[in-house]
Design a protein around this ligand. Structure first.
Ligand SMILES: [Zn+2]
Length: 272
């Protein structure tokens, strides 16, 4: 799934890969996928985008957005963008395909759920609006005071996982990246926010900023595939891919549990 490090890293890749491209044709979905949502009818995307030139790619929150002249395409969550050279094969099933005048392509497939939103700068989608309007935790001017303002507004009853990954308190921070953020801070995902000391809350803040920045600098996590189909270079410490290797700090067994819509991974010794 796209989370903040991936949308930033893939935007950087797309900024280079799509330089000078002009859309020749937009192909609608090959199959109906109930959990892929569009802004309007994807059959109309071709009329909206044909002949438009690529200008800018950017990432914010959970959204990866491409600008073509005066029209945008924003994707989020489980939408996987893949850039294809003219010689590369197009997958049989996709949710949208952009063909450029030089025959290269950008194809969007879906994992679980996600949105593909073409718009004119007025995207009505709620997640899009939250993602674009809130200050990014990775912004230089996002300070510890901003963070503590959010902590103060948070119910004491919330767990660390719920605090980080629900209500879009920190857009782009989801169930994927939070595992390593909490591991680095030494905090159990089920700990109640009220039980965290000031020192632990500060540790958590620094872990959020640093972990997300490293993930972004390394082109995203190794559990996700970038626009060329390559795994990110950030090696996840706790994920479905690595938890069987044991704790990277103490070597003990990692616990995997279903918790609040998705698995959590933690070391019962290092994250009490
Ligand atoms: Zn451990």
């Amino acid at each position: 799934m796209l989370e903040l490090p991936e949308v930033l890293a893939y935007a950087k890749q797309l900024q280079t890969a799509l330089q000078g491209k002009i859309i020749k044709k937009v192909y609608p979905p090959t199959n109906v996928h109930k959990l892929t949502w569009f802004n309007g009818d994807p059959e109309h995307y071709d009329a909206m985008l044909q002949g438009k030139a690529f200008t800018t790619a950017r990432g914010f929150g959970i959204v990866l957005e491409l600008e073509f002249t005066d029209t945008y395409i924003a994707v989020d969550d489980g939408i996987r963008p893949r850039y294809l050279q003219a010689s590369e094969e197009v997958p049989a099933k996709y949710q949208l395909l952009l063909e450029f005048t030089d025959q290269s392509k950008l194809v969007f497939t879906v994992m679980m759920y996600g949105g593909i939103l073409a718009h004119k700068g007025d995207c009505p989608n709620e997640y899009y609006q939250t993602s674009i309007s809130k200050k990014s935790i990775l912004a230089e001017d996002y300070t510890i005071d901003d963070y503590f303002a959010i902590v103060r507004q948070t119910s004491d009853k919330l767990s660390a996982k719920a605090f980080l990954a629900t209500e879009q308190r920190f857009p782009g921070l989801g169930n994927g990246v939070l595992q390593d953020i909490l591991f680095t801070a030494g905090i159990n995902p089920k700990r109640k926010i009220a039980t965290l000391t000031k020192e632990e809350l500060i540790l958590l803040f620094h872990s959020m900023k640093e972990t997300l920045q490293i993930m972004c600098d390394l082109g995203g996590r190794d559990t996700e595939k970038d626009i060329f189909g390559h795994e990110g270079r950030y090696h996840t410490k706790l994920s479905s891919k690595t938890y069987k290797d044991g704790c990277p700090k103490c070597g003990g067994a990692i616990t995997k549990e279903a918790y609040m819509g998705g698995s959590v991974y933690y070391c019962p010794i290092c994250q009490k």
